[in-house]
Ligand binder design. Structure first.
Ligand code: R5P
Length: 273
């Protein structure tokens, strides 16, 4: 692998552990002002020091994130549909590679909706993005999206989607945790991270999902709502980090979370400028 490509990937997947805690805050690109992400700066600032990478759109990056941050940016570059529109799958590439480079992104992210009427369009978009990314050493992260059909998150569907994403050249794949996840990770020849999905009932549920995903072959998480929709988001991301990077068990993570809850979060910083 070329130096630039490898260097960017190692900014996301930390070489010390071979793992990653990415913070996903890109939800507004199709959901609008998602709960607890209404003011992105307020949500993102306290969490930034604990994220190995931040996944978001160029609009929120420019408007709501300090330009002196050292946290690497994974730029969401697919979009063009909304939760109230005809189909979430009808996405295009909304941000070009030059813009990603200008924004100092370490990777670009695109969703693919396998099995929908837009499958071919999505896969050609992914392939074209990979062609561009490989030219400049920018890794492409493919998200195996399910749209509103959360029930689609089973092992067969996710294995198929992840494998196709990797075959088409994605350097990292983001998918969901499911029963039989080891088959999903085991048949995907590039690193997989898991999304958290909608907020789970308890913190322990989120820790167990994270722990099981890592044990079954994920290199980490690209998690959003289970972190920042929690009333104690900093304690939450720290506990997730302990599982991903230090091998903490779910109940150990819960203890850390409980003790972290009592600490006062530092005041959020305004965007510099
Ligand atoms: C995926 O396409 C979304 O835009 C989010 O990045 C992803 O779902 C991860 O966030 P969450 O953990 O909230 O599911």
């Amino acid at each position: 692998m070329d130096w630039g490509m490898q260097n960017r990937i190692s900014k996301i997947i930390r070489p010390e552990t071979g793992r990653s805690v990415m913070l996903a805050v890109d939800h507004g690109y199709f959901l609008g002002p998602t709960r607890k992400l209404e003011n992105p700066n307020k949500t993102i600032s306290p969490l930034l020091p604990y994220a190995d990478a931040l996944m978001l759109t160029r609009g929120v990056l420019r408007s709501s994130v300090s330009d002196v941050t050292n946290t690497p940016v994974v730029l969401r570059v697919s979009g063009g549909s909304s939760v109230i529109g005809e189909s979430l799958a009808n996405e295009g590439v909304i941000t070009g590679m030059e813009e990603a480079i200008r924004l100092n992104a370490v990777a670009v992210a695109i969703s693919i909706f396998i099995g929908t009427e837009y499958e071919k369009q999505n896969l050609l978009n992914l392939s074209e993005l990979v062609n561009e990314g490989e030219k400049y050493g920018i890794p492409v992260l493919a998200v195996t999206a399910v749209g509103k059909e959360l029930g689609k998150r089973d092992q067969r569907f996710l294995s198929l989607s992840c494998r196709i994403a990797a075959e088409l050249g994605a350097r990292i794949v983001k998918t969901y945790y499911c029963d039989g996840f080891e088959k999903v990770a085991g048949s995907c020849p590039v690193p997989c991270v898991i999304a958290g999905g909608p907020k789970l009932e308890t913190e322990l549920d989120a820790f167990e999902m994270t722990y099981n995903a890592i044990r079954q072959g994920a290199v980490g998480v690209d998690m959003g709502r289970n972190i920042w929709q929690n009333p104690h988001p900093v304690a939450m991301i720290k506990a997730v980090r302990a599982i991903v990077h230090e091998g903490a068990k779910p109940k150990e993570a819960l203890k850390l979370f409980e003790s972290g809850k009592k600490k006062k979060a530092p005041a959020s910083k305004a965007k510099s400028r």
